[in-house]
Design a protein around this ligand. Structure first.
Ligand SMILES: Cc1cc2nc3c(=O)[nH]c(=O)nc-3n(C[C@H](O)[C@H](O)[C@H](O)COP(=O)(O)O)c2cc1C
Length: 323
């Protein structure tokens, strides 16, 4: 039987996991605008293994978010069987494994992208997760990490080594962020490298990620790399309608600019969804999204002053209904 990744129409336009961003409210907004798949922020396999209530709370979602994939991180293979079983019991659609995080608190302890230095552990994590769940398992990584000077055991490792190491596994998908460990979030992505990785990866769906700017450039990169789809991240900040615009552009060669009214409606809806899922305590997180929604407006500076102080969706409505 085909897994849900294989049933989706290509190109697949999805989003990546983003800590502090891809919560339930944001995922619902992205689905509303046509995301084919949504990802949770990464959650610790260790925390799930040890029954962390806080982590379980992070995994609450609404039925409108299907298909939804939970991303796990952690460097200890023995944590994954229980974590995978817990994730499966939540009724989500897939599990993604993080082999790309460059953050000190993850990579600094040998996790995320630095796990690629220990391909046996990578394989154990993948094998043990696949064995522990019926859900399709995908992986996310980066183009490469450099050699450690003076240590012959720690040479340069690339996504191609990663693909070779995982060739034997029935992976559902591979998402590659086209930057390296050393250039974590800035600069262009390696499109040539992504295209090569696309050609090499035979196990499942291949999605490219990183540095997407405009509808036109996204579709151009997609065509150039021949990927099965793209996973969007920061390009979505304040413009979740990119999903629809990209799809329209692919289908018809054109797309509609978003109207002021649609921006206001989306921001207000987002505020209500965040309030429903996180309540008063979590609502401050809405402020950063609101600043992105108004960024392109000529009156952005004065709006910003009001939006950084909002405490609830009613205040958001009041501000937006005046403009
Ligand atoms: C705030 C923030 C949080 C992120 N959290 C995660 C995460 O939890 N898991 C993950 O695999 N990547 C994470 N990433 C990386 C993104 O998913 C993505 O690969 C990266 O931002 C490159 O894409 P972009 O240039 O289109 O933004 C994060 C990035 C940012 C900026």
């Amino acid at each position: 039987m085909k897994n849900f990744w294989q049933q989706l129409e290509k190109p697949i336009i999805s989003m990546t996991p983003m800590a502090g961003i891809t919560d339930s409210a944001w995922r619902q907004i992205c689905k509303m605008w046509g995301a084919d798949i949504v990802h949770t922020e990464f959650v610790s396999a260790d925390a799930l293994h040890y029954d962390s209530k806080k982590t379980l709370k992070m995994l609450k979602y609404k039925t409108s978010e299907h298909p939804i994939v939970v991303q796990l991180f952690g460097r200890r293979p023995e944590m994954y069987p229980k974590a995978a079983k817990i994730v499966e019991s939540l009724g989500v659609d897939g599990i993604d494994l993080n082999f790309g995080c460059p953050a000190k608190k993850v990579a600094g302890h040998g996790g995320g992208i630095c796990l690629l230095r220990d391909m046996d552990t990578v394989k154990k994590i993948v094998a043990t997760t696949i064995e522990s769940t019926k859900l399709p398992v995908s992986v996310k990584t980066r183009m490469s990490l450099n050699a450690v000077q003076g240590d012959p055991k720690q040479g340069k490792i690339t996504v191609f080594d990663f693909i070779d190491a995982l060739a034997e596994f029935p992976l559902a998908a591979l998402i590659v962020h086209g930057r390296t460990y050393e250039t974590p979030y800035t600069g262009p992505v390696d499109l040539k490298g992504l295209k090569k990785a696309r050609k090499k990866f035979k196990n499942g769906i291949f999605l490219i990620n990183g540095s997407f700017q405009t509808v036109e450039s996204i579709v151009k990169d997609l065509k150039y790399t021949k990927a099965d789809g793209i996973a969007l991240s920061r390009a979505l900040y304040g413009q979740p309608w990119l999903f629809k615009q990209i799809k329209d552009y692919i289908e018809t060669g054109k797309y509609k600019e978003i109207s002021d009214q649609e921006i206001k409606d989306t921001a207000i809806k987002h505020a209500h969804l965040l309030w429903e899922s996180k309540g008063a305590n979590g609502f401050k997180e809405m402020r950063k999204h609101l600043l992105f929604y108004v960024k392109a407006r000529p009156d952005a500076a004065s709006l910003r002053k009001q939006l950084v102080a909002v405490e609830n969706p009613q205040q958001v409505e009041k501000i937006f209904n005046k403009i």
